[in-house]
Design a protein around this ligand. Structure first.
Ligand SMILES: [Zn+2]
Length: 254
């Protein structure tokens, strides 16, 4: 069974057929989905989905591209902490740094990232990390982080991945590992120990080959698993089993 550790089924791209798509995932071989909110405004929709579907779990956080919405971290992060304490939440995220887009100023991104890493430590939740073109600053912040991080849609080098794994952080691979020009991602995928490997869609984005460019869904993870099996010299059954076990242990799913 497939466990999708990063999806956005609350996205507007599922407006027309959200119910049918989600039901198709669970009836087709998906055993769990972590749906990640990205701002205070879309938290209610994530929580609603997680109440409706038994095997859908919530990650709540403020994305680096969304922190521009708030005046200061004080109010927005106390609101976030309150909603996490009042609900069944399995991870803090997604949080991180995005230097590709400049929706939010860099200093504000850093402020939110650091404060939410502290919150993850305080609440004892794994932190889902978004890192786009910000490897150095993300790595630097994780150096002092005492919790467990999940590197989402890994684009780090093999050497960085090796160091992150040495600290016990998890690494999650998305459709990008199937892209033709993604040799460095495939190299990184070889270095992750079995016990720290995860898979994800980042749905509706990042669809793997042969669906690249289309709306992504959790069942397409089988193409990601095929590539991971090939580069790691394992069977696809093995990759599917360990990634599911890792996700369930990490998100405390019995
Ligand atoms: Zn995402």
């Amino acid at each position: 069974m497939i466990f999708d550790t990063h999806a956005h089924y609350d996205d507007v791209k599922f407006k027309e057929d959200q119910k049918q798509v989600i039901e198709r995932q669970f009836s087709g071989g998906v055993s769990g989905i972590l749906n990640c909110a990205t701002c205070l405004e879309n938290i209610p929709e994530t929580l609603k989905l997680c109440k409706k579907y038994e095997r859908m779990y919530a990650a709540l956080g403020i994305h680096p591209s969304d922190c521009y919405r708030y005046k200061s971290p004080d109010d927005s992060l106390s609101a976030l902490e309150k909603v996490i304490s009042d609900n069944d939440v399995r991870a803090l995220g997604e949080i991180g740094l995005d230097y590709h887009y400049d929706f939010s100023p860099k200093d504000s991104q850093l402020q939110y990232f650091e404060a939410q890493l502290c919150l993850a430590e305080k609440l004892g939740l794994p932190a889902v990390i978004h890192d786009r073109e910000a490897h150095g600053d993300v790595f630097e912040r994780l150096r002092s982080f005492k919790g467990i991080a999940i590197i989402h849609s890994c684009s780090e080098s093999a050497e960085t991945v090796r160091q992150l794994c040495r600290k016990g952080h998890y690494v999650s691979f998305s459709g990008s590992v199937t892209f033709k020009n993604a040799n460095s991602v495939r190299e990184a995928a070889k270095t992750v120990p079995d016990g720290l490997l995860l898979v994800e869609t980042d749905s509706p984005y990042m669809a793997p080959v042969p669906h690249r460019g289309e709306r992504n869904e959790s069942l397409y993870i089988r193409y990601i698993i095929d590539v991971l099996a090939e580069v790691r010299g394992d069977t696809r059954e093995h990759i599917e089993r360990i990634t599911e076990e890792n996700a369930k242990r990490l998100f405390k799913i019995i």
